[in-house]
Design a protein around this ligand. Sequence first.
Ligand code: ATP
Ligand code: MG
Length: 489
Amino acid sequence: MRLTGNLWQATRSLRFRLALSYVLFFTICMLVIGGFFRWTLQGIIQGEVDDALEEEWGAAKGYLQVVAYGPDWFYDAYDPEESFIVSRLQRVFLLTDANGKPVMRSPVYDAIGVDSPTEIRSILQSGKPMLRTKYDNGEPYRIRSGKWVDKNQVFYMAVGKSMAEDEHILGRFTRDYFLMLPAVLLLGSVFGWYVAGRALDPLNSVSRTAQRITSSNLNTQIRPRGAGDELDHLIETFNAMMDRLNRSFEQIRQFSTDVSHELRTPLTVIRGQLEVALFTAKTPEQYREAMENALEEVERLSSIVRALLLLSQSETGQLVLQKTGVDLAETVRDIVDQFQIPAEGQGVELTSQTPDHCVAPADRIQFERLVSNLLSNAVKYTPAGGKVKVTLASLPEQVRLVVEDTGAGIAAEHVPHIFERFYRVPSAEPEKGLGLGLSFVAWIVKAHGGTIHVDSEVGVGTRFTVTLPAGENGTRRLASEAAEREVAP
Ligand code: ATP
Ligand code: MG
């Protein structure tokens, strides 16, 4: 059972199929070549026999003469060569009158079958010689027949030659060739199997390596053979894929480490505060303060969890954008208004510059989240006396949002990382942030098909420039839609 299973498996293998197609192709080639050679050989042999017959026909004409009692052979009986030629001519020979009545015939010709008078008459009428192959018990005879005229008398003459010897040569060739064929095919199969095995070896090595890969050795690479062929290309593709997998796995690992780290800090604080409440607090004020501190950290914890949930939803594609024609100008003005009070509280001057309307396809909630994240950063990282400015501009086919501040700025080495989750620029005064805001911003911009760009100088300020596509028909058509909506009850 197991053996037949293995056998079946082997016949399904690429190696077997490659070797089989090679052998099949080889067999067909050998058969075609053998057939072609046999056909050519037969043609050559027949051509030679026909030439010899032509000569014999000429000789027969030379030795035959019509005399008073009819046609007869005339030659020097004492000349062994002439006697030999004539006796050979007489071996397969037929001579009839114009009506097909035999005048001379050899026993062999009798055995082959004397030509019918109709046949003879038609050959005589055409006046052209005829070449045919006739058989006596399977033995082939080549016959050359035609008209012979002597002393005004017309005869039908046929000279023949056995082709048994030639047939034998052809037969031997065919037999030897086809006997040799299985041996050649066997050799061909062994060679085909070996070559297919060698060609597929790298594939097996890829599959063996792939089997060995687990999450702990994702950095495994297969060494290219340096042949520069399709298999090397496959190996390179495989290695590149492993590289990508390894990197994203690394990111996930890093993310889990970051998350546990982020969750541990507030948890430690909560624990500390609860311990204070339990063991050291004496007065109601002290209890209250410990509880308030614990509550603050619980809030921080919930906001981390909320943000993580949203992030993971956005990254796994569960958070789908609900794009409608949104008046971005109005949205920006609303959010700027909301930030006026905290900005004032921090002594930061917050201004905005927007067109009256700027409608583009966007998810309103996500766009609001984008603007408020950028604004909260700008206000948060700008010291008192600084300025924050928000500008929205409608360009052809694009909308541009710029949030700039005169705040702390970001050092060049940190800029490439600020969109990473939990990344916060290390600073002397630890800010209360999760380091998740810009990850969101980046996702929202990407989901809208836009781009984001940062220019920053430490101590001078930071500028975030977001460009979003304005949709297929630009902002105008959508502007009229927005107007209609405003009129609608
Ligand atoms: P969260 O937004 O999650 O509450 P966060 O503001 O610290 O926390 P991000 O918004 O992702 O996190 O910003 C990442 C880091 O980039 C910030 O910690 C800050 O160091 C830096 N950064 C962002 N915006 C500015 C800015 N306008 N000026 C100076 N630094 C900035
Ligand atoms: Mg932020």
